[in-house]
Design a protein around this ligand. Sequence first.
Ligand code: ZN
Length: 277
Amino acid sequence: MEKLIITVAPTGSVPRKKDTTYVPVTPNEIAETAYLCEQEGASIIHVHCRDESENPTSDYNVFKETVDKIRKRTRLIIMTSTSGVAGKSDEKRAEPLRTDPEMASLTTGSLNFAGRKPSIVYMNTWETITFLAKKMLEGKIKPEMEAFDVGFIQQGAKLVEQGLVTQPPHFQLVMGVDGGIPATPDNLLHMKNQLPDNATFCVAGIGRWQLNMTTLATILGGHVRVGLEDNIYYDKGKLAPNEEFVARTRRIAEELQREVATPEEARKILGLRARPF
Ligand code: ZN
């Protein structure tokens, strides 16, 4: 089995300091978290940024400062978000790509974020998806195609067929969003079975499903994402910093006799270009 790639998603769009003081929101806090998570075995950091009021932002300057600070302190693969929660227009959503990350997230469908207050529709029209895919192709940025449900995988495969995403494709299977596919072992197997043959995949589980979905992915030969974007509770009622989630993931993988990849090994597994600096 390939070595396990651990992605940390430390911030996301949702948790705030009032929810957990451990969530890093400033560029300095995110860079410090990146450093600590690298020490514990992470090889990718999935970056979201916030403005001064902790609201999600896709502002270039904030991303640039954050990415530069992470690069100064770590060898991590940087994967910027192109979330529609942070940026309103397609152009705005593409701004973080100007920081020249090695990877970026690309959600390949729309869904209800039914659990948010107020609930929102996460809109990703085919036009938006192909706009962002083309930007990534031009920048030689490898997309991580985010699938919140089964149909998203077919849309991702279509991007590959149309040459908008290069081979081999990489998917993120996000399990358990309220509005997306429920986080069950059967559902994860079904999602995995829909992937193109040569695809690599990572699994994220939301809330209390994080631990069992990432453990199952580790057994199935997938890669995993942990961090406060998806889940802030280490255990019932117990908050913890990102690095503790990474450390636990590593311990479980080692008990399961699956080695954990370094950032350089992860670059090889994913077929990334050389680090651009
Ligand atoms: Zn994200």
